[in-house]
Every structure is written in structure tokens, then in C-alpha cells.
Design a protein around this ligand. Structure first.
Ligand SMILES: Nc1ncnc2c1ncn2[C@@H]1O[C@H](COP(=O)(O)OP(=O)(O)OP(=O)(O)O)[C@@H](O)[C@H]1O
Ligand SMILES: [Mg+2]
Length: 461
């Protein structure tokens, strides 16, 4: 099966060839023909399987065929995404797929000056990719008009219908024409939210390559039970694994992400953080240095869980498990994309076990348990000792745990898991690539650090 067989026109096929794709992925194969016919569609497919091209390619073809001229401040296709980074990435993809189809593409999201948005929109654009908050600001100021929208796309649709966005979404939907094509895509779709989708879609086709919340195929998942206070040492040891190309480390809170960066620095490991309290230039810089491999460890909140496509992410660490089980699917989906394989290693403290159960229920699978490395306590002590020597004192204990979960101090001893899959961390040692007190990581890895303090913009704007 080729892209031309799906009914795509020559300029699009040429752009796909330029990307190096040889055949459509299942979600592309099953949704593109229906989308070319103009149907509404709910598309569910695993992370990293090409949903972006599945909605962008047929939409460009329809926009070209309709031959309408866009008016100043208007757009013809509106793509909504939950974060700025994802909006920017979708726009880049649309530019690539539309490079021989004369499509104009613009983005609007917070953290960028309104004046820049005004300029970008002044002549009108074919494809506008936006986060909801800033889009509404622009419409309310008369700088953007949605009355010419022919195609509305919700990427990460379940998140866009979730509590944080539903109010803004309803507002936006009231601004676009009733007669339009509407496309929803995600790797997850909780049943309650799927029902909501019916309010926005008209007689939709449903394409579900695998049941919602199926994890990416080639991601090797493991969980290790470890006390919260020893997670840092475990991360330091595991980052010494020579097979790590790029590692994304997820925490639940912004403060938690900053703390991990600081503690890693104390152990001579350079990393950047990306979260909603960073300024837009800081966010772009952190992601850029991660993509280029100059600072190959990025510590993130769930701001980076969805949609972000960075090739070469070999490892995802859940330093803290997400309390929303679908987020696990998205987080670990930052690795093992486009046919590659990857590792997802989750750290689970006692009080996170209910989250693990939710994740296993949602993904319909058990996560194999890997025990702590042999001699872990001794290594952990050495790492802590080296850090104290390097920075003078150990940082304050974490205070970001939800109030109800702060209980009496947990026992210090790490517990051995009851069942294991026979694996262990034999190859990892603190003397490897990371290393307690071992100075900066090799090569140019130290370059990206520093200057990352406050900022002030939220994900949805
Ligand atoms: N037909 C194809 N052949 C090879 N690579 C492809 C194909 N289609 C898309 N890709 C590549 O696969 C990667 C993942 O695509 P994309 O970001 O669209 O995945 P996704 O399904 O949206 O994932 P997520 O659920 O994480 O958002 C991209 O790097 C893209 O260039
Ligand atoms: Mg995507």
C-alpha cells in the first residue's frame, strides 16, 4: 500500500517521499481515505504512529481542492493542541507536508508577543495551530476570526475535552461554523470523555487501530519499588547506563523537576528542566538542547508528556508516577516512536502503588518489576556523600507531596519487591557515564545548564 493508493495528490506524495516515509502507518492507511471524503473522524492509535500526518495530509488536499482565498485575520483549518511545544511541532510538520502545496501555516500560543501573532495573522493563513487560551485572547481582541474555518482538529483530543480545557474548547467551538469537518486524534480516550466527543462530531467515522490506552509496541517497561528519598540515587546510577542516548525524566510537579535538576547537578550530571514556570525562551532552549543532544537529559512535568516527537529518546524515567493513568501512556510514548524501540523505567514509592494499579488497569497490562541494583544502599550512600561534599549540604527534603499524602516519616530501608521478572540493573554503575562526584558528564554535555530560574506562563495559553 502506497500513499498515492490512499488517494493523496502528487505534491503531497512528493513531500512524504522527501520525509523518507515508504508506506503509510495503520492510522494513516485507515483514516486518510475517510478524511478525503470529508467525514468527521475519531482516530485512536498508539503513540508515535503518525497521527499528525494522518490528519494533516488529507486536510491539505481538501483545502487545496476547495480553492478558497482566506481573508485577513481568518484561517481555514484550525488545529488545537494542549501545549506550546506541541503546537509548534504540528505547525512544523504541516509546513513540511504542505511544502509543495502552497499552504501558509501559523501558530499562536502564549509566551510570544501578541504583536507577533497580529502580524502572522494579518493576511490570513490556511492552517492555524493554536493553544486555546491565547487563541481566545486574539479572537476577543479582534485579531483573529474563526468564521471561515472549514476543518477543526483536536490533537490530544481527550486532554482538550478534559476539565482544564473544556470551557475554552466550548467557547472556540461556538466561534467556528457549524458546517465544518471535525477530527479528533489521541492515543488515549477515557470512556467518559469519549461520550463528550459526540457533542462536537457529526456522524463520525471511528478508526481505532488498537484499543485506547494501548502502550507503544516496542517500549520495554519496568517498574522498581524504591523509597522516595532514594529515587535520586537510583536515577543517578541508572543514568550511568551506557545505552542511554537521550533520557526524559518525568516528575509530577514543577518544583519536583527543578529539584531533580539541582540534585543531578550535585552529582555532576547536567540536565535542564521544562515546565510551566519557565519562560518561553527557557522552554525552547531546554527542548532545543535536548533535541540536539547537547544536554541529553531533560526533566519535565507532564507539559512534555503529550505529542512531543524527539528522535533518539532511548529512555523515559518516571521519577514519580503520574496520578492520571493515561499520562503514563503518553509519557512512555516519548520513546519507541516510528518503529524504534526504547525503555521506560518507573520508580514507585509506597504511596504511589495506587497510581501503579490504576496504570495497569488502564493499559490492561502488568508492568514487570525490576529489583534495585545489587549493593544499592552502599552505592546510594556514596552518591549522597559525594553530593554533600560537592555542594556543601544536601538540599532540603521535598515538600511538594500533596498534603494528605504527607504522613509520618517512612522507614529508610528500601524494600525488596515480591515478584520480579528476573532482570536487574547489573550494567548500571555510578562510575559509568553519570557518576557520584564525577564532574560534568563527558563531551559537550555540560553546556546547556544554568540560567534556568523563574518564568511565568501556563501550558494552555
Ligand atoms: N508513514 C510513516 N513512515 C515513517 N515514519 C513516519 C510515518 N508517518 C509518520 N512518521 C514519523 O513518525 C514519528 C511520529 O509521528 P507523530 O508525531 O505524528 O506520532 P503520533 O501518533 O502523533 O504520536 P503521539 O501520540 O505521541 O502524539 C514522526 O517522527 C513522523 O515523522
Ligand atoms: Mg501526536
Amino acid at each position: 500500500m502506497s500513499f498515492a493508493h490512499l488517494g493523496l495528490a502528487e505534491p503531497l506524495v512528493r513531500a512524504i517521499e522527501a520525509k523518507g516515509y515508504t508506506q503509510p502507518t495503520p492510522i494513516q492507511r485507515d483514516s486518510i481515505p475517510q478524511l478525503l471524503e470529508g467525514r468527521d473522524l475519531l482516530g485512536i492509535a498508539q503513540t508515535g504512529t503518525g497521527k499528525t500526518a494522518a490528519f494533516v495530509l488529507p486536510s491539505i488536499q481538501r483545502l487545496v481542492a476547495a480553492q478558497k482565498r482566506v481573508l485577513p485575520t481568518h484561517c481555514r483549518m484550525l488545529v488545537l493542541a494542549p501545549t506550546r511545544e506541541l503546537a509548534s511541532q504540528i505547525a512544523d510538520s504541516a509546513r513540511g507536508y504542505g511544502q509543495f502545496s502552497r499552504m501558509s501555516v501559523a501558530t499562536v500560543f502564549g509566551g510570544v508577543s501578541i504583536n507577533k501573532n497580529r502580524q502572522d495573522l494579518s493576511r490570513g493563513v490556511d492552517i492555524l495551530v493554536a493553544t486555546p487560551g491565547r487563541l481566545i485572547d486574539l479572537v476577543e481582541q479582534g485579531l483573529c476570526n474563526l468564521s471561515m474555518v472549514e476543518i477543526l482538529v483536536l490533537d490530544e483530543a481527550d486532554q482538550m475535552m478534559d476539565l482544564g480545557f473544556i470551557h475554552a474548547l466550548r467557547k472556540i467551538v461556538r466561534m467556528v461554523p457549524r458546517k465544518r469537518q471535525t477530527l479528533f486524534f489521541s492515543a488515549t480516550m477515557p470512556a467518559a470523555i469519549r461520550e463528550l466527543a459526540g457533542q462536537f462530531l457529526t456522524d463520525p467515522a471511528t478508526v481505532s487501530i488498537k484499543p485506547a490506552a494501548t502502550t507503544a509496541e516496542r517500549v520495554d517497561q519496568q517498574v522498581t519499588f524504591v523509597n522516595q528519598s532514594e529515587k535520586q540515587a537510583l536515577l543517578t546510577i541508572l543514568l550511568g547506563d551506557a545505552s542511554i542516548d537521550r533520557a526524559l525524566v518525568f516528575t509530577r510537579t514543577k518544583h519536583g523537576a527543578d529539584r531533580v535538576v539541582k540534585l543531578l547537578a550535585g552529582n555532576g550530571i547536567a540536565a535542564n528542566a521544562i515546565h510551566g514556570n519557565k519562560s518561553q525562551p527557557q522552554r525552547e532552549r531546554a527542548l532545543g538542547l535536548f533535541k540536539s543532544g547537547q544536554v541529553p537529559i531533560l526533566v519535565a512535568t507532564d507539559i512534555a508528556a503529550r505529542g512531543i516527537d524527539v528522535s533518539g529518546v532511548s529512555h523515559v524515567f518516571n521519577f514519580e508516577l503520574p496520578n492520571v493513568p493515561e499520562q503514563y501512556v503518553h509519557r512512555i510514548g516519548r520513546t519507541a516512536r516510528a518503529g524504534a524501540s526504547g525503555q521506560a523505567i518507573s520508580f514507585c514509592a509506597d504511596d504511589e502503588k495506587p497510581y501503579l494499579r490504576d496504570i495497569e488497569r488502564t493499559t490492561r497490562q502488568k508492568v514487570p518489576v525490576t529489583p534495585l541494583p545489587e549493593d544499592f544502599m552502599r552505592q546510594a550512600e556514596a552518591i549522597k556523600h559525594a553530593r554533600v561534599k560537592a555542594i556543601g549540604a544536601d538540599p532540603a527534603p521535598r515538600e511538594d507531596r500533596p498534603r494528605q499524602q504527607r504522613g509520618p516519616a517512612r522507614p529508610r530501608a528500601t524494600h525488596a519487591p515480591t515478584a520480579t521478572n528476573g532482570r536487574n540493573y547489573a550494567n548500571a554503575s555510578p562510575g559509568g557515564r553519570g557518576g557520584a562526584g564525577g564532574g560534568q558528564r563527558g563531551g559537550n554535555r555540560g553546556r546547556g545548564r544554568g540560567g534556568q530560574r523563574s518564568g511565568g506562563a501556563s501550558a494552555g495559553r
